[in-house]
Design a protein around this ligand. Structure first.
Ligand code: GLU
Length: 298
């Protein structure tokens, strides 16, 4: 079976031990399978992405001894591809424009809802703009607006995949796997109600990006021919969204492997701002790539 995987960092800060673990794991699995390891620069956030971070991450990965099998893909160069997918979804009335700010959403939700877990993109959107900006017509009858966020109408999106894909009784779906098995702390929820209740109408195009993380990842995984997505458990909740988008756009679904997270001494997940664990810092202190592998338990 073909094995094509990728590492997809955002150049918004230094790579740390958690990134090293993810990249080495994907790289080594590809090499062990005689497959390919690809690199993708996820730089749709033009405010936070910096070419200096991109140069630094390439240097760090090279220092670790990793090699990739094609020129890195850069998301900022692929906006027309995302626009084409948005056009398709728009024409099928699966998107609607939204003018809400984060603050509007918080106000509409009132006090934090007890017992309601936030979705992968924050609080579940209360639907304020659904049916508001298309003059009472199906949105597809109007041109797709570039100056507003576009949200996926989750009810319509899941309805269009039933019953073959999203069975109401489904408790799990393949193909995916996790290092820690199905008793995992995250949840892969797959039935229609769960999509509406736990994910809701997510943004598929931010007005300032012309796309969103979810849309860009799905389109690019398909464009790069990715057969195995190897990424952290922190992205577990994004996976059902990605599978749904693949169904909507007629794209293949890779196998998902969500690996454990590297935590700091206090057990907290590492974030980009935790420069304390930046690879460049260990390197400057004289660590070798073999030391890094040991530090992340490889
Ligand atoms: N760009 C994402 C990140 O840096 C990873 C995306 C993915 O692996 O799907 O967290």
């Amino acid at each position: 079976m073909a094995f094509v995987t990728r590492f997809a960092p955002s150049p918004t800060g230094p790579l740390h031990l958690g990134h090293a673990y993810s990249a080495i794991l994907a790289h080594d699995m590809a090499r062990a399978e005689g497959g390919q390891f690809l690199l993708r620069i996820e730089d749709i956030d033009r405010q936070r992405s910096k070419s200096s971070w991109e140069a630094q991450l390439i240097e760090d990965l090279t220092w670790l001894g990793l090699t990739w099998d094609a020129k890195p893909m850069r998301q900022s160069e692929r906006l027309p591809n995302y626009a084409r997918a948005l056009d398709q979804l728009w024409a099928r009335d699966l998107l609607y424009p939204c003018t809400c700010s984060r603050r509007d959403i918080e106000l509409a939700l009132g006090a934090p809802q007890e017992g309601v877990l936030p979705g992968p993109d924050g609080p579940i959107y209360p639907g304020t703009c659904r049916g508001q900006h298309c003059k009472g017509l199906p949105c597809s009858m109007l041109p797709r607006p570039a100056e507003m966020h576009l949200r996926l109408d989750m009810g319509r999106a899941t309805a269009c995949c039933e019953p073959a894909i999203l069975r109401a009784d489904a408790t799990d779906w393949g193909p995916w796997f996790s290092e820690t098995g199905s008793g995992h702390a995250g949840t892969i929820f797959t039935n229609r109600d769960a999509f509406e209740e736990k994910i809701g109408d997510i943004v598929l195009s931010r007005r300032d990006f012309g796309t969103s993380y979810h849309l860009a990842v799905v389109i690019d995984d398909a464009a790069q021919g990715i057969t195995h997505v190897i990424r952290g458990e922190d992205l577990l909740e994004a996976t059902p969204i990605h599978v749904l988008l693949q169904r909507l756009l007629g794209l293949p679904t890779p196998i998902y492997h969500h690996h454990r997270l590297i935590r700091d001494d206090l057990g907290k997940r590492l974030a980009k701002r935790d420069d304390a664990q930046a690879l460049a810092k260990y390197r400057a202190e004289g660590a070798t790539p073999a030391d890094i592998r040991r530090m992340v338990g490889l």
